[in-house]
Design a protein around this ligand. Structure first.
Ligand SMILES: Cc1cc2nc3c(=O)[nH]c(=O)nc-3n(C[C@H](O)[C@H](O)[C@H](O)COP(=O)(O)O)c2cc1C
Length: 326
């Protein structure tokens, strides 16, 4: 069994605290090397990319790839998507046997491929089904070990987030993550942080904030304005994996990662190291072509460097381009 095949350690706590920022589920990005990179910079818990519950049941190759982990990759939350409570439970039983202990239900993905199966944000049209699945998940994993990730509602005609919090109160569900936009909004407009504040006041379940947390300062302000129990970085972490460390420092913690990450070049080198070590396929080079250009987008000369990286076909050219970061 290789390092990346081994399951996470049997028990480890999932801290829900404003000082322990989480890494959001990010389809196409929050894979093992990226999660480890974010942990290096102080991420308190990380989510897998959304994983199809059906894929887990049928053990498809793609699903197994998404579930790759290692003992250092902890605490880890497996985010599932699906629309059939029975399939969700079956997938969880397989995952629990494999050593995974924390789970999340995707009720916010607005991508066509997902919603046409009744999963992701389509579930927001049927809050009772979300409640049924969440209760079943909580029973399967044990109290406090499953959460749901939602948006305000399908559209502005009917917001369901407060109804869900109310119905799930006392259910054993460990957290509710709210991305305060509607599904039809996709990523347009601004995330309505005030809805997080309202949810936090009403809910008897920990509330996690997601939405427009691009920088450490954004996250700090969101916590101050809304009183949420924790935040998760999504696009903010993609643009800058050291955002976790910056946030912790802003919160007055004396956290220092090993590397000198105030240096952008070091952060890119670290990214390469994690992908070389923990990504099993040739596709890792392709990942660098999307990740690193995001990280360097604001530096002088970014345009030329990005071009070099996007055109790279092997590690050598990626490393050469990164060495040119000032
Ligand atoms: C590339 C990308 C992939 C995402 N994949 C997922 C996913 O698999 N599951 C999920 O619940 N949310 C997913 N999201 C939504 C994020 O987790 C987060 O809720 C959203 O980006 C809002 O946070 P932000 O504005 O701080 O980026 C994704 C977002 C992006 C940009």
């Amino acid at each position: 069994m290789s390092a990346t095949d081994s399951p996470p350690p049997p028990v480890s706590g999932l801290t829900i605290h404003q000082d322990q920022p989480w890494l959001a589920p990010l389809a196409g990005f929050s894979d093992l090397p990226f999660r480890l990179l974010c942990r290096h910079y102080g991420c308190g818990a990380a989510f897998t990319e959304m994983v199809s519950a059906k894929g887990v049941v049928y053990q498809t190759r793609n699903t197994l790839e998404l579930l790759k982990t290692c003992p250092e990759d902890s605490p880890l939350v497996v985010q599932l998507y699906g629309s059939d409570p029975q399939v969700i439970i079956k997938s969880m039983s397989i995952l629990l046997d494999q050593g995974f202990i924390f789970f999340d239900l995707n009720c916010g993905c607005p991508v066509k491929k997902v919603i046409k199966t009744g999963s992701g944000a389509a579930l927001l049209k049927n809050p009772d089904l979300i409640v049924e699945m969440a209760l079943a998940m909580s029973e399967a994993a044990g109290p406090g070990r499953s959460g749901i990730k939602i948006r305000l509602g399908w559209n502005n005609e009917k917001h369901v987030y407060l109804e869900l919090a109310e119905k799930l109160s006392g259910s054993g569900i460990g957290w509710i993550t709210l991305h305060p936009r509607t599904a039809v909004q996709l990523f347009s407009g601004k995330a309505i942080w005030n809805a997080l504040k309202i949810l936090k006041k009403a809910a008897r379940i920990p509330v996690i904030a997601s939405g427009d947390l691009f920088t450490a300062q954004d996250a700090l302000e969101c916590v101050r304005e809304t009183g949420v129990d924790n935040i998760m970085f999504a696009r903010g972490a993609l643009n800058n994996p050291s955002v976790f460390e910056q946030y912790k420092r802003l919160r007055g913690q004396n956290f220092i990662a090993e590397a000198d990450h105030s240096n952008l070049r070091d952060m890119c080198v670290k990214t390469i190291e994690y992908y070389q070590r923990y990504h099993s396929s040739q596709k890792a080079v392709l990942k660098m072509r999307t990740l690193i250009p995001r990280m360097i987008r604001e530096i002088p000369g970014a345009k030329e460097l990005r071009k070099q990286i996007i055109m790279s076909k092997d590690w050598g050219s990626i490393e050469k381009a990164v060495a040119g970061i000032g």
